[in-house]
Every structure is written in structure tokens, then in C-alpha cells.
Design a protein around this ligand. Structure first.
Ligand code: FAD
Length: 431
């Protein structure tokens, strides 16, 4: 079957995370016949264990000017937010060099411009995606709090807040006792807070994706639980996915396999420097208290979110690739931080998790048509804000497939930014 044949466009999506499922629903709403292929059930990749925040303010990259000087201190701090697996360092060096290069003021302004267009309307995007699907209950508009020890600590982050102000983010500030009056679960050490408007969260990211995927199937979509091992490429483009359970014919193809997208993109002639920023969570099952809204602890650099299944603390950036096991001491770091934030919390019963933020060194995702094949599209690399940006990305994928002008400028997300044109080559490692 050729990509362009038939009255109804056929689209196959690899990856059933928030990005793949959002794309699937948007394409289905456009009248496409859509199949999603994932090695596991929908939502069970990185999309399940995150902090669930719809972070419309989340367009400031981790690496801002001066980050290179702060990083060694963060790495040495046993409770710090940054960690490296030294055995993985040789593989990470080019990525890290590029990551640091992208911390210049000019690069950060450029990244913030592109990302604010992608994340700025996240709550509206989620409400629009969930409408009529049964997933509405998993989308909650709410304030989002950044808490600080004092105003001086807030002022030390003026650069990031200036970037946000310049791009229209609105907030109120709380001082002294007003912080605990607003959020009684917090410890008395927190004397300054920023309350962001137009934010929100999901009280269960896995349930959100699961409910969206169930709607997609009810509406006639197909979800295949298979692992994609390779892609068969004919003269006009990819023709079949070669999976662990046999081949799957494809028309148009969307790669949205999160942190695992790199090898598939390379197979399609578009190698990208995609790395995992490994992150961790603990979910306290009987915390004894619950904050009303998601809270960013700026000291601990983690987010505490009131989830349906308990109080979740999620954060930490660990560079160590996709294959290494989780480090138990990261769980202990999070438990110490959450106790600090909420002194009255009980940390006795908890579940723990580690996941892979799909990250490119310029902190921008790839949302792009392939330069080699008209029928191939990429949507991955949403680093810290994939839950936030999933619905908008899904809409952009549908726009690209339909040939519509996208609602935002997607040129900063082009896959071409990483390479000179290359034709696909056979990749023996794929087999
Ligand atoms: C600790 C932590 C906290 C976070 N907090 C937030 C937050 O508060 N807000 C926010 O917006 N973002 C947050 N994120 C980031 C967010 O979780 C990710 O950006 C997002 O989940 C990425 O979604 P995705 O659909 O691209 O990838 P995934 O959810 O990982 O989905 C990719 C899917 O592809 C499948 N796959 C991969 N390879 C293959 C293959 N070969 N064959 C078949 N299937 C394949 C996988 O099984 C997986 O299901 C956080 C991340 C972490 C780790």
C-alpha cells in the first residue's frame, strides 16, 4: 500500500505514551485510520510515573547561563538534583558539551520562545483532548506553587522568572505566614511562594493515558502490543514494521517512542542525539496529609503532586542511559526532600519508580516531517514537559499529516537541525 493511496489516510504510530496517544486521537478526529504499536500497554513508559503537572511555565531549560559552574556542586551534593553514572560518561560527553553550549543567553531565549508556544496553553489543550473521551476526570486545572525558603532565594532565580514574565506567565507571590495559610501542609521554613495561574495537573498520568487510549479504541482505533525491531524500507519509503510478532504493513508512520526513538529515527535516516534524563519518583501511600495543589520545591528541585494513588514526589536528573538499573539512593534522596517540605508527612509506605525523560541537548523536542520520506513524521524528545506538551504535539502531528499550516511555528523542532541530509542505512543492531 502506498502512503498516499485510499480515501482514508492510514497512519501507524510507534509508541503509546502521552505523545503517541494524543497524536492518535487527533488523527482519528481528522478521519484517519490509526494503528498504535507499543511493546507494552498504553501509558506504561515514561508517561506513567511523572509528576503530572501541566507546566505552562515549563519552557525555561534546565541549563541556563551559569549552569556549567553550578553543575559540579549539584553532582557532589549527596541530596542534589543531579547525578551521573560515571561508567556512562564517555558516551554522554558530546551530548553534555552540546547541552552546556545551549545554556548561553541567546540559546536560552530561543529555546524559551519555541517552548512557550508549545506549552503555554497546556490546560486548554488537555481539556480539548479529553473532551468527550471519558478522560476528563484525569485533567484538573489548578494553581502551581513554587516554594522558597525566603524572598532572597526567589530573587536568586530572577533570570528564569524574567523569561517567564516576558512570555506572558502570570503569578501572585506570598510572603511569611501567608505561605502556610495558603498551603497548610508545608513546613514553616518556607517563607516565600509563587502561585502560578493557568496551570493544572493530572491526578494519575497512567489513568489519563489509559482512558484516552480506551476512547481511541472505542472509536475504531487499533492498539497492537508488539515491539518494533526494525523497519522495512522500500523505494518510496517505509512499508512494514518488523515486530516481535511479525510484520505490520504501514501507510504513514509516526515515531513517538519517547526516549527509545533514537534508533528508529536513525533507521529512517535521521540520527538524533537523543539521551535519557533518568528521573525518579516515590509515591507515599499513606502520607497522612495532602497538599491541595502541585508544588515545586525549588530547594530540592522536585515536584510534589496530590495524586489519586498518594502523594507523589518526582524529580532528579540522572545521566546513565536506558539500560542501567535504578539507583536505590535516589529514592532515599526524594524521601528526605519530601519530609523537609512537609514535616508532618508519613513516609513509611511508598512505591518507587524510575523513568526516562527523552531529551535532546537543545531542550527542544523533534516534531517534524522526515526530510527523506514524505510519509514519515517524528514526535519525541519532550524532556521534562511531555505530559504538558503531549496534546499540543498530537495536534501538530495531525496538522503535518493533513498538510495544514500548524497553529505554531514548528521550525525550531525540525529533525534537520542535527544533521546534514543522509539516506537511511541498514542498521544491523536493530535486528
Ligand atoms: C520523574 C519525572 C517527572 C516528570 N514530571 C513531568 C511533569 O510533571 N510534567 C510533564 O509535562 N512532564 C513530566 N515528565 C516528563 C514526561 O513524563 C515525558 O516527557 C513524557 O512522558 C514522554 O512521553 P512520550 O509519549 O514521549 O514517551 P513514553 O511515555 O516513554 O512513551 C514511549 C512509548 O514507546 C514505546 N516504545 C519504545 N520503543 C518501542 C519499540 N521499539 N516498539 C514498540 N514500542 C516502543 C514504549 O514502550 C513507551 O510506551 C517527567 C518525567 C520524569 C521521569
Amino acid at each position: 500500500m502506498s502512503a498516499g493511496s485510499g480515501a482514508r489516510r492510514e497512519v501507524t504510530i510507534v509508541g503509546a505514551g502521552i505523545v503517541g496517544i494524543s497524536a492518535a486521537i487527533n488523527l482519528q478526529r481528522d478521519g484517519c485510520k490509526v494503528t498504535v504499536v507499543d511493546r507494552g500497554p498504553p501509558g506504561e513508559g515514561t508517561s506513567m510515573g511523572n509528576a503530572g503537572v501541566f507546566a505552562s511555565c515549563g519552557f525555561v531549560p534546565v541549563a541556563t547561563p551559569g549552569f556549567a559552574w553550578k553543575a559540579p556542586g549539584m553532582l557532589m551534593d549527596p541530596l542534589g538534583p543531579l547525578s551521573l553514572r560515571w561508567s556512562y560518561m564517555p558516551r554522554m560527553i558530546p551530548w553534555l558539551v552540546s547541552f552546556l553550549r545551549n545554556s548561553s543567553p541567546q540559546a536560552v531565549e530561543r529555546i524559551a520562545d519555541a517552548m512557550s508556544a508549545l506549552v503555554g496553553s497546556s490546560v486548554e489543550d488537555h481539556l480539548a483532548l479529553a473532551a468527550g473521551t471519558g478522560a476528563e476526570q484525569w485533567v484538573r486545572p489548578s494553581p502551581y506553587l513554587y516554594v522558597y525558603a525566603d524572598e532572597a532565594a526567589f530573587l536568586a532565580e530572577s533570570y528564569a522568572w524574567g523569561l517567564r514574565r516576558a512570555r506572558g506567565v502570570k503569578w501572585a507571590t506570598l510572603r511569611g505566614d501567608a505561605v502556610r495559610e495558603f498551603e497548610p501542609a508545608l513546613g514553616s521554613d518556607y517563607r516565600f511562594a509563587v502561585v502560578l495561574e493557568r496551570h493544572g495537573y493530572t491526578p494519575d498520568p497512567l489513568q489519563l493515558v489509559t482512558a484516552l487510549a480506551a476512547h481511541f479504541v472505542r472509536e475504531g482505533g487499533t492498539v497492537l502490543q508488539r515491539e518494533v525491531k526494525d523497519i522495512e524500507i522500500g523505494a518510496d519509503g517505509p512499508t512494514r514494521l518488523l515486530t516481535d510478532q511479525g510484520p505490520v504493513d504501514i501507510g504513514r508512520l509516526v515515531i513517538s517512542a519517547g526516549a527509545w526513538s533514537g534508533r528508529l529515527a536513525a533507521r529512517l535516516g535521521s540520527p538524533v542525539p537523543l539521551e535519557s534524563e533518568r528521573g525518579y519518583h516515590v509515591t507515599l501511600q499513606e502520607p497522612g496529609l495532602m497538599p491541595r495543589y502541585p508544588i515545586m520545591s525549588t530547594g530540592g528541585k522536585f515536584v510534589a503532586t496530590p495524586m489519586a494513588c498518594g502523594l507523589r514526589a518526582a524529580g532528579i536528573v540522572e545521566f546513565g542511559g536506558l539500560d542501567a538499573p535504578a539507583k536505590p539512593d535516589m529514592t532515599l534522596r526524594l524521601l528526605k526532600h519530601v519530609k523537609n517540605l512537609f514535616p508532618g508527612v508519613s513516609t513509611e509506605k511508598y512505591t518507587e519508580w524510575m523513568g526516562h525523560r527523552p531529551s535532546l541537548p537543545d531542550s527542544l523536542p523533534v516534531i517534524s516531517r522526515s526530510p527523506h520520506f514524505e510519509s514519515v513524521f517524528f514526535a519525541f524528545g519532550h524532556q521534562h514537559v511531555g505530559i504538558t506538551a503531549g496534546p499540543k504535539t498530537g495536534r501538530l502531528v495531525a496538522d503535518m499529516v493533513a498538510g495544514r499550516v500548524p497553529t505554531i511555528d514548528i521550525s525550531p523542532f525540525s529533525v534537520n537541525r542535527f544533521q546534514a541530509a543522509r539516506r537511511p542505512v541498514a542498521d544491523p543492531a536493530m535486528a
